[in-house]
Design a protein around this ligand. Structure first.
Ligand code: PHE
Length: 345
């Protein structure tokens, strides 16, 4: 029958077109032109009313078969194109894991900052706040507020780097505490102040014109020397080991009264005497004392009601003792061979 032949031709034509499709848009174009309601194949349906009986049935069936075959072919082409797309994407995104990796250099943390972090960790766990202050200070905050007036011999000891007649590189972190006391406006205080300090000094294996300090300050009602002793013993044993003996000797600082110097038993010889402790069995580690009433007064506290203790510890000295560093200058030189040794501490 002529009509069935026509259907067959149309079908082959469409399938040939589908075969040629190579991407998503070309497939969609075929779908619009040849598989829609208005497609030539569907239009053939209108001939059905011209036919009768057997002929009508086989013509209808021929159209349905053709449609089915086209739909199947279309679906498989669709899958082929989408598979190809995924494959292309995978190829493009392929990572060659056999390529040598980029060698990123891993630095270490300077022991100076490791020690500061460790000290801050110990004191914050005891409820202290960390307060920092500026490196450039006024004479007033660096000296006057620490009970060191301009004619005081302690100024000579800290012979300093002046920027103007009244500003200088701070010689200790104590001025940060004076700022904190001003902010506290007469309220209790529990702080540590880490930072850099500067003094005119001949640089050698154990001295440097720049060094680090952490100073601590506690002010409240009924604070006494026993609190200071217990706090420092706890801190020093956490820092240097539970077995350390801690020794307090009386000393002098203009801003504390009474003042003490604190030693720990030598970790090398455990008190017997060796070159590290210069034969004394003990190593001097920090200065401390009860805040001088005059300092309290200048900072807005009534010394009859409030008392406090303060202490100061040198960072480099702790680092040198802890890690067996023989020359303080190595801490500042930025030599990676030195710093790299502190990677995993
Ligand atoms: N500010 C002192 C110094 O730099 C250290 C110190 C602080 C001593 C607090 C006693 C009490 O020398």
């Amino acid at each position: 029958m002529e009509l069935i032949k026509k259907v067959e031709e149309l079908k082959n034509e469409i399938i040939a077109k589908i075969k040629e499709a190579f991407d998503e848009p070309s497939l969609r174009l075929i779908q619009e032109n040849h598989l829609s309601k208005k497609s030539p194949l569907n239009a053939m349906m209108s001939h059905i009313k011209e036919l009768q009986g057997e002929e009508k049935a086989s013509f209808g069936q021929a159209i349905n078969n053709a449609k089915k075959e086209i739909a199947e072919f279309f679906a498989s082409k669709e899958k082929e194109i989408s598979d190809k797309k995924i494959q292309e994407k995978l190829e493009k995104e392929k990572i060659d894991i056999t390529l040598p990796s980029i060698d990123y250099h891993m630095g270490g943390i300077n022991p100076f900052y490791q020690i500061i972090d460790e000290i801050c960790d110990i004191f914050t766990s005891m409820g202290y706040q960390v307060k920092e202050g500026p490196d450039v200070e006024t004479d007033y905050f660096n000296f006057e507020r620490m009970n060191i007036p301009s004619n005081h011999p302690a100024r000579e000891m800290q012979d300093s780097f002046y920027i103007t007649n009244t500003t200088l590189l701070r010689t200790h972190t104590s001025p940060a505490q004076a700022h904190a006391m001003d902010e506290a406006k007469g309220q209790p205080l529990k702080i540590i102040c880490p930072g850099k300090c500067f003094r005119r000094d001949d640089d050698d294996a154990t001295h440097s014109h720049q060094f680090g300090q952490v100073e601590g300050l506690v002010i409240d009602k009924n604070i006494n020397l026993g609190n200071l002793k217990a706090t420092l013993e706890l801190f020093l044993r956490k820092m240097f080991g539970e077995k350390r003996e801690v020794r307090f000797r009386s000393s002098y600082f203009p801003f504390t009264e009474p003042s003490v110097e604190v030693d720990i038993s030598c970790m090398e010889c455990h008190g017997k005497g060796c070159p590290i402790c210069k034969g004394t069995g003990y190593i001097e580690i920090l200065g401390a004392g009860m805040v001088h009433p005059h300092v309290l007064e200048m900072s807005g506290y009534d010394p009859k009601e409030y008392s406090g203790f303060a202490f100061g510890i040198g960072i480099e000295r702790v680092a040198m003792l802890r890690y067996g560093i023989d020359d303080i200058r190595k801490i500042y030189q930025g030599d990676v061979r030195f710093i790299e040794q502190f990677k995993r501490m």
